[in-house]
Design a protein around this ligand. Sequence first.
Ligand code: AMP
Ligand code: MG
Length: 332
Amino acid sequence: MSLLCLGIESTAHTFGASLVDDHGHVLSDVNDKYRPPIGQGIHPRKAAQHHSDVAANIIGQALAIKNSGPLLPDTIAFSAGPGLGPCLRVGATVARALALYYHKPLVPVHHGVAHLDLAMLGSGFRDPLAVLVSGGHTAIAVHIQKKWRIYGETQDITLGNLIDMFARSSGLPSPGGPTLEEEARKGTKLLKLPYTVKGNDVAYSGLLTAASRMLMKGESLQDVCYSIQEVGFAMLAEAVERSLVQTRKKELLLAGGVAANSRLKEMLQQVAHEHDASFHAAELSKSGDCGLQIAWSGQLAFRSGITVKPSESHVVPRWRIDEAEVPWIPIK
Ligand code: AMP
Ligand code: MG
């Protein structure tokens, strides 16, 4: 009989719940996104209110698998951080209540580690150079002695922030990524934008300011979106290429919400190809925040003996990825 883990995601815009078995077989993955009005970012309290409103329904759906009646999870995992405090607390509270009610172990999961775990599951990789690009992370990491160590990262805002903040200021819907990518496809003119790479690190805030200014000065939205992608992604590709050469890894893994972007995948695939490395990006349906990432990471953490008492299960809004214990890689 396989063990079932119920994973609960609530770090930012998404409230999700998923049931997955210990072989990575997905029984359910139900998610609902809070969408701020055009021109506004995620308001933590409003997002948390959204999560409270949908939680019961989402969890009910995740547990009510077709034709077989409600299933009982063997473990309950929740995203303990990093993320927006009020949002994290909704997921944690629901998870604690379920763990106590069902008398099942509670497993704290690092949201960024979970993005990587889910991408790893689909890749078959054992020891990749990992690139995590999302709303909360822009990081290049390698797994050494039970932790993901940061090899390069953003020195200011994340790639997801760059995209979402530009989208917000130019009247595009939230999250900005999909629309920005659509507009970028129609762009033809490469505008001169700040290109800031320092060693294996990148910085995006100068690019954001310059891009917003170019739009105000009358450059077309399509050309500005195209240029943001070309310059912003090329910066990351340079840092990734240098990291690949330095670490001599032969696998390149791309994870997180921005991994949905075809142009980014194309650029990083090219980098991998030039250095004889295999490339794998998280599947489109599994790149953004979802309950499934927490359920699968919860399975791996539980297998490694990681649990927390409900009374001690605090959320950690600023939990760095290199502070999280990840003893399960390579996955046995
Ligand atoms: P996550 O926090 O992992 O759910 O990632 C969310 C981030 O991914 C947001 O900043 C989105 O704008 C971004 N994103 C989603 N789809 C795309 C896309 N097609 N291209 C670029 N960024 C995207
Ligand atoms: Mg995320």
